[in-house]
Design a protein around this ligand. Structure first.
Ligand code: 13P
Length: 248
């Protein structure tokens, strides 16, 4: 039985005051939450997130990492740096990083490897664009994204990877994949993992992301192969986020 995981991706939205209000709000409603809950803060707020969540059920994640350990990489953040702030998880390969910052499948795979090498659990994001879906290429795009990672780190490494299926057309658009569309994609992803190792496929959490909200979360997370959510906009309001956390 896979535990439900709900992760908030705050993206580039935060201030000291907003982080305080949001985290305190989430903490105040965590008593009856059974899901594992992760908040992925922008780097400057990881320290604050760590301080606010010590001894709580909330886990902290980062939103990206550089593949290098240290050195002349202006503006970048290493695995060691985020670990210094109690970070256990890191989003890797988000579609915004792929489309806006040129991250290829190969770069994403390297980031997955570096995260694993540093005992960080990657939230490994995959998903197709609208054009790719409409041209019937969802499965080929998603399987390529996964295959490159399998080729680099091996299927057994997926024991320590959380997959997040985020169809690009559903991110920040208010257009959610229907439960059937999402379930079909998740089942496809799991079947692809199963071609390599059935036990690993059964154990790997596959989260859905893309306009998940308090209204649609329960039905989506209720699908057989959907093990939780990676939440953008709705993770910025503690009431909405908690509602989703309780859907699992
Ligand atoms: P939204 O929930 O705002 O659509 O964002 C999803 C997402 O990109 C999470 O990583």
């Amino acid at each position: 039985m896979r535990q439900t995981i709900v992760a908030g991706n705050w993206k580039m939205n935060a201030s000291k005051e907003a982080v305080n209000t949001l985290v305190m709000g989430i903490l105040s409603g965590m008593a009856d939450v059974k899901s594992k809950v992760i908040i992925c803060a922008p780097s400057p707020y990881l320290s604050q997130a760590e301080a606010l969540t010590t001894h709580s059920q909330l886990h902290v994640g980062a939103q990206d990492l550089n593949v290098n350990a240290s050195g002349a990489f202006t503006g970048e953040v290493s695995a060691d740096m985020i670990k210094d702030f109690g970070v256990e998880y890191v989003i890797v390969g988000h579609s915004e990083r792929r489309s806006l910052y040129g991250e290829t499948n190969e770069i994403v795979a390297q980031k997955v490897q570096v995260a694993l090498d540093n005992d960080l659990t990657p939230l490994f994001c995959i998903g197709e664009t609208l054009a790719e879906r409409e041209s019937g290429n969802m499965e080929s795009v998603v399987s390529r994204q996964i295959q490159v990672v399998i080729d680099l780190v091996g299927i057994d490494a997926f024991k320590n990877i959380i997959v997040a299926y985020e169809p690009v057309w559903a991110i920040g658009t208010g257009v959610t994949a229907t439960p059937q569309q999402a379930q079909d994609a998740h089942a496809f992803i799991r079947s692809m993992l199963a071609e390599n190792n059935t036990d690993v496929a059964q154990a790997t959490p596959i989260l859905y992301g893309g306009s998940m909200n308090p209204v649609n979360a329960e039905e989506l997370i209720g699908c057989e192969d959907i093990d939780g959510g990676l939440i953008g906009g709705a993770s910025l309001k503690s009431d909405d986020f908690l509602h989703i956390c309780k859907a699992g």
